[in-house]
Design a protein around this ligand. Sequence first.
Ligand code: VGL
Ligand code: ZN
Length: 363
Amino acid sequence: MEPICVSPNNIPHDYSNSVEVYESAMREDVNEEDEALNMLNTFDKNRDGVLDFEEFSNLLQHIFQLGPIDMTSEEKLKSFMLLLDLNNDGVIDRTEFQHAWTHCFDKILHPVTALIIVDVQNDFIDGSLALRHCPAQQDGAEVVPVINRLLEEREFDLVVYSMDWHPDTHISFIDNVHMYPLDKGCTKRFDECCTYDEVTFDLSPPRTQVLWPAHCIQDSEGAKLASNLKVSPGAVRIYKGTNPDIDSYSAFFDNMRLSQTSLQEELEKRHVTDVYICGLAYDVCVAATGVDAVGLGYRTVIVNDACRGVMEDKIKEEKEKLQEQGALVLESDEAMKLLANKARPNFDLGCFTAKTMPPFAST
Ligand code: VGL
Ligand code: ZN
């Protein structure tokens, strides 16, 4: 095969107007159908009305500003193309391109971003569930300057603060373990249970629950956001764990998925495509929120240095799980670059978008 020779500063002469086409694609006001056709025509070098692999990979290199292509990246481009080649005939035809433009490239080129700040509340910093007293001995306070910098230096289309918000009878509190029936299979009596134990309560449906010290009791000092955390005007607050007999780690759903917060609705209202997630605790509520975000199809970035957690091994395990499912785990500096430079979309997030694109039939 002919080597592919597009690099950011080296656009071959046959794509001489591609910068213009690309820039017009970056504008918000262009008709999507025109935009798609323009793009297809620009990269259809042999003018046969479809994009073969070479043509399509030139387009991908252009959109993602990829450097010279080696074997591994060529494989990646091939699998990207396969996801969009819905009839599997080895080329991207006009209909496939139109579909990909609407459901994949549009999100890639026009991301709408939300920052979800998970449970940055006093109790997790210096209160009853202070992370520095948990097994990993991490300091929850350290996320605050990192998050403040994200808020100050980057503009998000939406900022969300989730709040763990429990009634004092909450099922997750070790002091309340006598208030709910333990499952018969449970090897411990209620007076033998310890903090961090996982027990099963005999409720319908039965629920497994890690026992925590009482924390984030509604309207208490401990439930307030850290006082030095910047609160953006127009931000949305999501209260979770408000039901006495069920816990809610994720800011989207309770742990049994019996009920949902308004988070998804808030994101949908604003057509959010990309969520950046940070906060406390990494291996508990941040991870659960991340898993649900990916599951709901959001392009998800976990801001690694803006998270602190409970247990070292669990943090590692949850991070790997998130990455396997398609989330990016980035340091805040990298996340800021991605946010600043919308003209340089991330290829891995692009792959996630292609993978989660709706099938033809549903258009
Ligand atoms: C959390 C433990 C219990 C969290 C909430 O916000 O990560 N952790 N409740
Ligand atoms: Zn809680």
